[in-house]
Write a protein of this length. Structure first.
Length: 334
């Protein structure tokens, strides 16, 4: 097998330079780094990770504990974290957990340790059982995604409150008297914060929040909520906590002959790729999943280098306006 010395001779650089490239050292200019990487590929050189770990006490590997691999947001977050980790020269090990209690999280952390990781990204979107705290290790760098109640730990999250406020403000500026909300499950951090943002925005505008509808993120639950809302003449604007539930709301109103958006405006959250293909195309709050994943990895690597570094980062959202929202319908006059 070729050695670092072979790569150095082939690339015309020193062995120390090859070592810096292999270990991710910053003191190598980009043209030299590319030349060394090209020599590695041509010679078939592969770094000995075990030997590097023994020398540096670093495994160049991070673990990602996730509680949900089915929702659009979770899948996009995992994809973004794995790409960002690979771009930083780290292997990324996924450690799924299907339960949301303390013992399941402890078990997942121990499974991650068995894979020899330098740190953990924990993305558990649901609250644990009542009264339980997230059992984060003190001897391993950790960054939490989507659990910003942890004020003494590093976390990265979409600014859910900001996104909900953007949706509500948009609808109120179109002249709607109030905004009805199809919320996500109470077990979800994101759903709770989006609900809070909805209430705060309405209160700030001097409006009373109507009774909300509760869904479970699925299009079916959005449809069920829409069937209940379509029977109320006062409903002219609906903010759904994700795009899938918004899709169900659209279907419910279409079936009742309620025109979207001339009679009722609908806004979703996530801005999934299919949102522009709904009918009408869905106005939605866009989440920067790529930025969240990149930030989570950057914050974790900073924690690995300095365990005292604590960062709390909210990634802003933006509203993408499409055809499902319009000026509020005029009230009938006698």
């Amino acid at each position: 097998m070729p050695t670092q010395a072979d790569v150095a001779r082939h690339a015309g650089v020193s062995a120390q330079t090859v070592s810096r490239v292999v270990t991710g050292g910053a003191r190598v200019d980009e043209p030299t780094r590319e030349r060394v990487l090209a020599s590695m590929r041509e010679l078939g050189y592969r770094p000995n990770r075990a030997a590097r770990a023994l020398r540096s006490a670093r495994y160049r590997s991070i673990g990602v504990i996730m509680s949900d691999l089915t929702s659009y947001g979770s899948v996009r977050t995992w994809e973004a974290i794995s790409r960002a980790g690979a771009a930083s020269g780290y292997a990324v090990a996924l450690v799924p957990t299907s339960r949301f209690d303390r013992s399941a999280v402890v078990e997942a952390i121990e499974r991650a340790r068995d894979q020899a990781v330098d740190g953990l990204v924990i993305a558990i979107g649901d609250h644990l059982s009542a009264g339980e705290d997230l059992p984060l290790p003190d001897d391993l760098p950790v960054v939490v995604v989507d659990a910003s109640a942890l004020d003494d730990r590093s976390f990265v999250d979409t600014d859910q409150t900001m996104g909900a406020g953007q949706a509500v403000t948009h609808l109120l500026e179109l002249g709607h008297e109030t905004v009805h909300h199809v919320a996500g499950p109470v077990s979800s951090y994101s759903a709770v914060r989006r609900e809070q943002g909805w209430r705060v925005a309405l209160t700030a505008a001097g409006r009373t929040a109507p009774t909300l509808e509760r869904g479970d993120w699925s299009a079916q639950s959005g449809y069920d909520a829409g069937c209940r809302l379509r029977g109320e003449p006062a409903v002219t604007a609906v903010f759904a906590a994700n795009d899938q539930m918004a899709l169900g709301v659209l279907r419910a109103f279409h079936e009742a002959g309620v025109a979207i958006p001339s009679q009722v405006s609908v806004v979703g959250f996530d801005d999934m790729p299919e949102a522009g293909q709904f009918w009408p195309p869905l106005t939605s709050v866009h989440q920067e999943f790529e930025q969240v994943g990149r930030a989570a990895v950057d914050v974790l690597l900073a924690r690995i280098d300095d365990t005292a570094a604590v960062q709390r980062l909210f990634v802003p959202t933006r509203l993408v306006v499409r055809g499902s929202t319009a000026t509020a319908p005029r009230k009938a006059t006698s």
